[in-house]
Write a protein that binds this ligand. Structure first.
Ligand code: SF4
Ligand code: SF4
Length: 308
């Protein structure tokens, strides 16, 4: 009878602590999002290069690759049946696709796709690496400034309709940067000045453009109310540690959310990954379809005391 060969010594499996699992989750979500943002920014830059060099005449400009073009041309399209200049059916298709995604899973466009959002996130990343703190406007001022997006939206729609042109393109930091006009000797002084101001502002305040000026963000803030899936806070298990507030790049009050987080959410998932309490933050459908199955803390207390 032959004896069984001794198995090689197995390496002890290192068990991760809860905090290490959480850190791993945070890094994974951030990595996935950065990859997605880089991918879309790369596609836009490649399209702009092909368009600018004229090597492929059919390549659309960055104007045609922006879902906001659908908003800018919508009134003219409905009332006159025509597109304003530089907009195409592609804008409508992209606009509808982004709207459908928003209605289903919320505003993931701003957090995972928009190249201008990626630029601002990159600035935040560099600033954090340099250990420089951002300035956070007081809550009241922040709430007032967020209305700036609706003012910009109103102005853009007004001038798009009255001029029948893509009026905003000359001022839009996304078009001015990713259109690469500056690299081909077509730099517009006003447009580049706005880019400069917004870049400096985004170094000082996290996602300054998205929070206070982006007209597309204003649209998402409204349509987000109809989103099927939303991030919800379950007050019955939340410990009010506020780690989610610190993680949120849009600087939203997640820790005090009355179940659904604000529609200003950009769907980055940083809060969900950072939350140390299982089930405190979840992506869920409407309550009538089983979302937030555990009643909020105060309701639970009432149920226990028999008052409900
Ligand atoms: S991180 Fe989680 S437990 Fe802490 S306040 Fe936010 S939702 Fe509540
Ligand atoms: S609420 Fe959460 S998912 Fe939304 S922007 Fe803030 S951290 Fe990201």
């Amino acid at each position: 009878m032959t004896s069984k060969p001794a198995s090689p010594a197995t390496k002890p499996v290192k068990k991760l602590t809860k905090a290490q699992w959480r850190m791993r989750g945070i890094r994974r979500v951030k990595g996935l999002r950065a990859t997605s943002q880089l991918l879309f920014a790369g596609i836009i830059v490649a399209a702009a290069l092909r368009h600018q060099t004229g090597t492929h005449e059919s390549t659309p400009s960055v104007d045609a690759l922006c879902p906001f073009g659908a908003v800018e041309t919508l009134v003219t399209l409905v009332t006159k049946g025509t597109f304003i200049s530089k907009t195409h059916p592609s804008n409508i298709v992209l606009g509808l696709a982004v709207l459908a995604a928003t209605l289903l899973v919320g505003n993931v466009f701003c957090g995972w796709i928009c190249p201008w959002g990626a630029v601002q996130d990159a600035l935040t990343w560099v600033r954090n690496k340099l250990n420089i703190r951002a300035w956070e406007p007081p809550a009241r001022l922040d709430a007032v400034l967020r209305w700036g997006r609706f003012v910009v939206l109103g102005v853009v729609i007004y001038f798009s309709v009255t001029t029948a042109k893509l009026w905003f393109a000359d001022y839009d930091p996304y078009v001015q940067t990713f259109g690469l006009h500056w690299a081909f000797g077509e730099a517009a002084v006003v447009g580049l000045s706005i880019v400069g101001v917004v870049l400096v502002g985004s170094v000082i305040i996290d996602r300054m453009w998205c929070r206070y000026l982006c007209p597309l963000g204003a649209v998402f803030t409204v349509t987000g109310h109809l989103s099927f899936l939303r991030i919800r806070r379950n007050a019955s298990v939340c410990t009010d540690c506020k780690i989610c507030d610190k993680a949120c790049p849009a600087k939203l009050d997640v820790a005090t959310a009355d179940s659904k987080v604000s529609t200003d959410c950009i769907g980055c998932m940083d809060c969900v990954a950072a939350c140390p309490v299982k089930g405190a933050l979840k992506i869920e459908g409407p309550v009538f379809l089983g979302g937030l199955s555990t009643p909020p803390r105060q309701d639970r207390a009432l149920v226990k005391s028999g008052s409900k």
